[in-house]
Design a protein around this ligand. Structure first.
Ligand code: USQ
Length: 382
């Protein structure tokens, strides 16, 4: 397939581009280095130095013989988006090109506006470019499980049947996000659903949980191909953060009571999921939603698992419950349905002790690069 990856330099975008190229797809990746710029501005640089997108694509070609087309461009500019869609003529577009950090979106007015403006404008430009130049193209949008929040009822896979005053209807599952970033993802879903209904676009919305890991078959080929691995309070997701904290000898930062439950997945499974979505497009003119996660944990369970694994490696890991900087339920019901991707053939890589050991071993050589000043949360929700 011809697959365009928007946000192809990111934590997920770069491993996805390589995975798809090795599988024989024709891949073109675009990025404007927004995450790198924000990371620099907030002193939140990735643990492992990552060459720029052009250098990465060259290394990837030298190592594998496969090519990834790359362009540095800002997709908020409709001309850049149109050139990509009209020039490359993709069968599928994977849309990762968003400001992905909940804490960043809660820092203040400027950061909130950047998140809102970037995330909605890129989605809007994508919609219009596809309508005008490639209406048959399948849009695969990275959404987030955070769109649903933590309701008192089971979370369905995107849609819910509601019976009301004796009549029935099918609706998007109610959504109530816990940060502005997550709220922009709800708005994206609503935009896409509107244009599916009115213009017959074909869309898959992947409601993804927090991802962990830094290995895929391709990233393991050369350290210059590793993803941007963050452990700071802005871009680091909780499992990645805790593993780096364990290596640094810092106590694991459990926010509040630690009963917050989320659906997690290994980086390798994100790659499988987006390819499965691309190879199995939904019926034309529909919005399909998958909940993209493989197993649920509380923050306490994650901390205890990482403490055990770290202590086996003589890291003397401590756990500290600190004031929660976020507004979120710290003890709650959580039961999301996630069968759609399994039915398409997803083979989950679970968070085994071996997986955590492997991550600790990859992180250890970079111990001296850990900046202890970005481990404690610097952003409070209010
Ligand atoms: N947490 C801690 N200690 C930490 C960091 C986080 O207890 O040091 C807690 C948070 O309070 C939260 C949970 O761990 O309850 C998950 O936090 P996270 O930072 O790993 O994930 P989040 O901010 O929700 O965002 C991440 C990605 C985002 C994606 C989302 C999926 O950055 O792009 O959309 O995961 S989900 O969480 O399902 O919405």
């Amino acid at each position: 397939m011809r697959i365009l990856v928007l946000g192809g330099d990111g934590y997920l975008g770069w491993p996805t581009s390589m995975y798809l190229a090795v599988k024989g797809h024709e891949v073109f990746a675009i990025d404007n280095y927004l995450r790198r710029t924000v990371a620099l501005a907030t002193n939140s640089e990735a643990l492992i130095p990552s060459p720029n997108l052009e250098e990465r694509a060259q290394t990837f070609k030298d190592v594998t013989g496969s090519e990834i087309g790359v362009r540095i461009g800002d997709l908020r500019d409709i001309k850049v988006m149109e050139e990509a869609i009209n020039g490359f003529k993709p069968d599928a577009v994977i849309h990762y090109a968003e400001q992905p950090s909940a804490p960043y979106s809660m820092m203040g007015y400027d950061e909130a506006l950047l998140t809102l403006d970037n995330n909605l404008k890129v989605t809007f430009n994508l919609v219009w470019s596809v309508i005008n130049h490639r209406p048959e193209c399948h849009i695969i949008k990275l959404g987030t499980m955070g769109e649903y929040g933590t309701p008192e009822i089971d979370i369905e896979e995107g849609w819910i049947e509601i019976e009301h005053k004796g009549r029935r209807g099918r609706f998007l599952f109610p959504r109530q996000a816990g940060s502005l970033y997550h709220t922009t993802k709800i708005m994206d879903t609503d935009l896409l659903w509107f244009y599916v209904r009115t213009f017959g676009l074909t869309v898959t919305d992947l409601m993804q949980g927090p991802v962990y890991g830094l290995s895929s078959d391709e990233t393991e080929l050369d350290s210059r191909l590793l993803p941007n691995f963050h452990y700071d309070d802005i871009f680091g997701t909780v499992i990645n953060r805790f593993l780096v904290q364990a290596v640094a000898g810092e106590p694991l930062t459990v926010y509040g009571a630690g009963g917050q439950t989320r659906g997690y997945l290994n980086l390798r499974d994100t790659l499988q999921c987006v390819e499965l979505a691309a190879l199995n497009a939904p019926e034309k003119g529909t919005l399909r939603v998958f909940n993209q996660l493989t197993e649920c944990f509380t923050v306490n369970e994650i901390a205890e698992r990482i403490q055990r694994t770290g202590n086996r490696m003589r890291l003397d890991v401590k756990i500290e419950r600190i004031d929660n900087p976020r507004k979120e339920a710290e003890q709650h019901y959580y039961n999301p349905v996630h069968t759609g991707l399994l039915e398409l053939g997803l083979k989950p890589h679970h968070m085994t002790d071996e997986v955590l050991d492997g991550m600790l071993e990859t992180i250890l050589p970079y111990k001296e690069r850990i900046n202890r000043g970005v481990i404690q949360p610097r952003v409070r929700w209010s």
